[in-house]
Design a protein around this ligand. Sequence first.
Ligand SMILES: *Cc1c(COP(=O)(O)O)cnc(C)c1O
Length: 353
Amino acid sequence: MAILKIYPENIKKNSEYLCGLCSSSGIDVAVVTKVTCGDPMLAQKAIEGGAKYVADSRIENIKKLRKAGINNPALLLRTPSLKRLDEALDNIQMFLVSELKTVEAIAEVAKNKGVKPSLIYMIDTGDLREGVWYSEALEEITRVVKISNGLVNGLGTNLGCYGGIVATPDKFEMILSVGKKAEALTGQKMKIYTGGNTASLPLVEENNCPQGINLFRLGESIMCGTDATNNRIVPGTTTDTFIIGGEVIELKVKPSLPEGEIGRDSFGRKPVFEDRGNRLRAILSLGEQDVLPAGLIPQEKGIEVLHASSDHLILDVTDYSGALNVGDMVWFKQSYGCLLRSTTSPYVVKEYE
Ligand SMILES: *Cc1c(COP(=O)(O)O)cnc(C)c1O
């Protein structure tokens, strides 16, 4: 048995706090639901906390929110696949985009459907994931505005995802400055300037976010209370939002060194071992399919994660002072990456507290 306990009221509290913080700098919030696979109940709690938009990288997740009756404008975070524009435009009102070809195709489909989605063109300000490289941005955006039928009405940037680049005011100044120039050259008003994700929150906390940035896309900070890029807990939030447990299915004392010739483990990795003598080990009903083992944070002292294969998580519990028996649950907090896996695994039972 593997259980993910979810605390929706704490997610609402995080949203309330962060939306309040952003609002005092003139910034609206889109709650990013991708780490929960578009969980409607949690999106709803974030909306109650003040989020104005819902955002996700996958069309499936946004459809799930719609089906559950959530009707806030939706933002697609990953530029849409050309093969799924029909479906995308039937369900989504706002898009992050970074290719002329995509904008052209969206404009065409939108015209046929009689809809007017809002396209936010992404500028790469140094993190090296999506967007036109900043030094080429003005030229590309001027061109794209002309072919977009008035649909491109915002600019954005994303940080902290590939390069691990942290947000500094100059990054946001860049997109504001390109926007101002593009407006002057094309006459098209840029209404949305979307700066950050969770990694950009320090700028708002320090009251250092350039004026004009008016939309943040927040996932990790609302859902987890953490900020992986800046390696911190976000001040004012709680991390008591999710906890995952696996059941002890074997509990035995064994040597800490395997016996025989060592090849590779089930994932092709070369395992390393330290001889610590005989140790008490527990096997839990969790595996690589359900969690990112390195992202598991034991909630009790004396519990150490040794290894996981697809379905078996091996713990060293020798130093644990409590009583542990076969059938007991062992609980962990999780990194963002680990949570992504556990919410995605159909084998993990989700329980709302
Ligand atoms: C995932 C994502 C976000 C949310 O990031 P968090 O760090 O979870 O706040 C924002 N923008 C884009 C483009 C994303 O892909």
